[in-house]
Design a protein around this ligand. Structure first.
Ligand SMILES: C[S@@+](CC[C@H](N)C(=O)[O-])C[C@H]1O[C@@H](n2cnc3c(N)ncnc32)[C@H](O)[C@@H]1O
Length: 263
C-alpha cells in the first residue's frame, strides 16, 4: 500500500500508541454512537464498513447490534487491538489494512459506513467522502463523528489546530459543521442529522500521554493553553478541577444518506 507523508505519520503514531486505545480508553464509551444511530433500524444497514477503526470500539458496537462489520485502518497494531476487542466481546469482525482515501469493497457493497474520531487525521477528506459514497448502496448511511471546530469562531479554530499539531503532528485539521455539510453535500450525500455537542475530555496530562507528545511540544502546547485567547477559552470551556486543566471539546455527529431507495 503506497502512503503519502501524512498517512505514514498517522500510521507510525498509531502503531506506537495502539496499546493505550483498549478497553479503558474514553472511546470505549459508545453513547455517542447510540444517540446518532438510535433511529436507524441497524441490521437493515448490514454489511457495515468502519473506517479508521482504531482499537475497534465502533466496529464492536456495530457487530453487537447485529451487523456484519469490516473494519479498516492504516495501522496494523490498531487492527490487532480491534481483533482482540472483538474476541473479548465474542463477535466476529473482518479486519483489513486500508487508507480512508481508498476504501476496499465493490461499488454499493455496504449499507453503512462509519468513521469516528479519526477524520481529522485524513490527508484528503473529499477523497474519503467520494469513496464512502461509492461503497454505499443507494439509501445507505454514512455516520461521521469527530472533534470539530465551531462555526464562526476562527480564533478558537486556529488555536485548537496549533495545540493539536503540537500534541500529535499527524493531526491534520478539525472541520466546522458548515464545512462538513458542504463536503458531504458535494460528495452526493443528503444530511439526516447534524449536531455538535460538548464532550468532556480527561485532563491535559492524559491528552499528552496518549499521544506521547515530545517534551518540547508539550511545553509549547501548555503555553498556548495557559495563554488561550478568550474565544478559545470560552469555546473549549477551559477550566481547572482539583488542580488539573480540564476542557470540553465540540464533537460533531453527522448522519447522512446516499440518496436512493431506502437500504
Ligand atoms: C482515535 S483512532 C479511531 C477511533 C475509532 N474509530 C473508535 O471509534 O474507537 C484514529 C485512527 O485513525 C487511523 N487513521 C488515521 N489516518 C487514517 C487514514 N488516512 N486512513 C485510515 N486510517 C487512518 C489511525 O491509524 C487510528 O487508528
Amino acid at each position: 500500500m503506497k502512503l503519502d507523508e501524512n498517512q505514514k505519520a498517522s500510521q507510525i503514531q498509531f502503531d506506537r500508541q495502539a496499546a493505550l486505545y483498549g478497553r479503558t480508553h474514553i472511546l470505549s464509551d459508545t453513547s455517542d454512537l447510540q444517540r446518532a444511530l438510535q433511529n436507524s433500524a441497524l441490521p437493515k444497514y448490514s454489511p457495515a464498513l468502519d473506517v479508521a477503526t482504531g482499537a475497534g470500539h465502533t466496529a464492536v458496537f456495530l457487530a453487537e447490534c447485529g451487523l456484519d462489520v469490516t473494519a479498516v485502518d492504516l495501522a496494523p497494531a490498531m487492527l490487532k487491538q480491534t481483533e482482540r476487542l472483538a474476541s473479548e466481546h465474542g463477535v466476529k469482525i473482518h479486519t483489513m489494512q486500508s487508507a480512508a482515501e481508498s476504501l476496499p469493497g465493490a461499488n454499493g457493497a455496504f449499507g453503512l459506513v462509519t468513521c469516528r474520531v479519526a477524520a481529522h487525521h485524513f490527508s484528503d477528506v473529499p477523497a474519503f467522502l467520494r469513496e464512502a459514497h461509492r461503497v454505499l448502496r443507494p439509501g445507505g448511511r454514512l455516520l461521521i463523528i469527530d472533534g470539530a471546530a465551531p462555526d464562526n469562531a476562527p480564533v478558537a479554530e486556529e488555536w485548537i489546530h496549533r495545540v493539536e499539531k503540537l500534541r500529535d503532528p499527524s493531526h491534520v485539521r478539525f472541520l466546522t459543521p458548515a464545512r462538513w455539510l458542504q463536503l458531504t453535500g458535494e460528495a452526493g450525500f443528503e444530511p439526516l442529522l447534524c449536531e455538535c455537542t460538548p464532550f468532556k475530555q480527561p485532563d491535559v496530562e492524559w491528552y499528552f500521554r496518549t499521544a506521547a507528545t515530545s517534551p518540547d511540544n508539550r511545553t509549547q502546547a501548555l503555553d498556548l493553553i495557559e495563554n488561550a485567547p478568550d474565544e478559545a477559552r470560552h469555546t473549549f470551556r477551559l477550566g481547572q478541577e482539583d488542580g488539573r486543566i480540564v476542557w470540553w471539546w465540540p464533537r460533531i455527529s453527522l448522519l447522512a444518506q446516499r440518496p436512493g431507495a431506502d437500504a
